[in-house]
Design a protein around this ligand. Structure first.
Ligand code: URA
Length: 433
């Protein structure tokens, strides 16, 4: 190694620009295990305060991709490949519903997902609540499954973007998640290494998202569109509301159930709307040669005629899992959160609900923590809905009475009740790209 890592940390801390070669050595050295976690954590914190410019973000993304193999999924399938990714939210189970619907419409969907990050849940953790589900396929198994079954969702194998896998786990526990260039390069390195020709990105905005304002979300979206443009891929960013949890369920097994209800047409309104929007965009970007309207019509058709559910079952079984919802773990204690007064829900803070689910055992505090897949929160009443004093607001699913009591208190505090309905808006706030 020719670089001195403390110098790079210091120069970034002082606001200097690092060269592509320096960034490359830093990231590849970390991926090879030659640079320890604490130095990368210090560098990430320096990036938090000083940022990275477009050139540095591009170099970081490129180095992450070069830390492992890449897959040319399009070549292996002989098809145009589409992919999606979210910047992370509370109750965000979108990929679990979008994958089966898109596959049922005849578009292959092979996706690399991540674990929980900060207070947000990760698709992989959710999938691991399904008994037997294998998140770690080899690259060959992954490609073969997308070819044969039309759908696979896996973690980053040791071979694909290993630098992101390591950095992601490190950022999760060192308060270095909500940094625009680190999020942009983390997401785009996975999408580009996975061989997607066109990518739909769900950029979450609000209290429960890493981007709290529309302006910040637009900056992140533009960086990702730019990284896509440099790699000659089409990128569309949907800016979507994360001021309250998405859908009703927050927690791994609880979210699997809600995703399956949604692909059969029985999901919560906001979540169903987002799923349909994402599916319509993916189908319009695919080689089906359909526009957005026809894409949406086909997605609705796959939900209504049972083909999306069939695709879900085939996918889960192909990856070794039990597709029967009855096999999912259930928390031993379920306690109700009741309204303290009559009123309308003016706010339901996503961050507080996400942290409550984490505290119930659904998230990690250190890289090696294990998580409880059964616990979580089901928000039965959402923003704009009315409730009577003493009536049900939410259910807390916990591993014991003590954590249930703490969860009830935390979820109650996440609700704000008032007398006038809040300003109503849809889930989709803007589209960029
Ligand atoms: N999703 C990712 O894959 N990476 C991030 O940094 C944030 C969300």
């Amino acid at each position: 190694m020719t670089i001195r890592v403390p110098d790079l940390i210091e120069r970034k801390r002082n606001g200097d620009e690092l060269s592509p070669e320096e960034i490359s050595e830093l990231i590849l050295g970390y991926a090879r295990g030659e640079i320890p976690d604490y130095q990368l954590a210090a560098w990430c914190m320096a990036v938090y305060f000083r940022g990275l410019n477009g050139q540095e973000t591009h170099a970081l993304t490129d180095a992450m991709i070069r830390s492992g193999e890449t897959i040319d999924l399009g070549k292996a399938l002989g098809r145009r490949v589409v992919d999606k990714h979210s910047t992370g939210g509370v109750g965000d189970k979108t990929s679990l519903a979008v994958g089966p619907i898109v596959a049922a419409c005849g578009v292959p969907f092979g996706k690399m997902s991540g674990r929980g990050l900060g207070h947000t849940g990760g698709t992989l953790d959710k999938l691991e609540s399904i008994p037997g589900y294998r998140v770690e396929l080899t690259t060959d198994e992954f490609v073969a499954q997308v070819k044969e079954v039309g759908l696979a969702i896996i973690g980053q194998t040791g071979d694909l973007v290993p630098a992101d896998k390591m950095l992601y786990a490190l950022r999760d526990v060192t308060a270095t998640v909500d940094i625009v260039p680190l999020i942009a390069s983390s997401i785009m390195s996975k999408k580009l290494a996975g061989g997607a020709d066109a990518i739909v990105l769900d950029v979450k905005v609000g209290d429960g998202a890493f981007m709290k304002t529309l302006d910040d979300a637009r900056i992140l979206a533009e960086q990702m569109v730019d990284l896509g443009r440099r790699a000659e891929r089409e990128v569309v960013c949907l800016l979507t509301d994360m001021d309250q949890p998405l859908g009703r369920a927050v927690g791994h097994a609880l979210e699997i159930r809600e995703a399956v209800e949604t692909i059969t047409g029985h999901g919560p309104a906001d979540f169903s709307e987002l799923v349909l929007e994402a599916c319509a965009r993916l189908l319009a970007l695919s080689d089906l040669d359909v526009d957005l309207e026809e894409g949406r019509r086909r997605a609705e058709g796959a939900m209504a005629d049972g083909s999306a559910l069939h695709a879900y079952e085939r996918w889960i079984r192909a990856q070794g899992g039990d597709s029967d919802l009855a096999a999912l773990p259930r928390a031993p204690v379920v306690r109700e959160v009741s309204a303290s007064r009559d009123g309308v829900v003016t706010r339901l803070r996503a961050l507080d609900v996400g942290v409550a689910a984490l505290e119930l055992g659904g998230g990690r505090r250190t890289k090696d923590d294990s998580i409880d897949h059964a616990v979580g929160v089901v928000c039965q009443v959402k923003r704009g809905e009315s409730v009577r004093q003493g009536h049900l607001l939410a259910d807390v699913h916990a591993c014991d009475e003590e954590s249930a009591a703490r969860g009830v208190e935390a979820v109650l505090a996440a609700y704000e009740l008032g007398d006038t309905s809040p300003h109503a808006h849809g889930i989709l706030l803007d589209v960029i790209g």
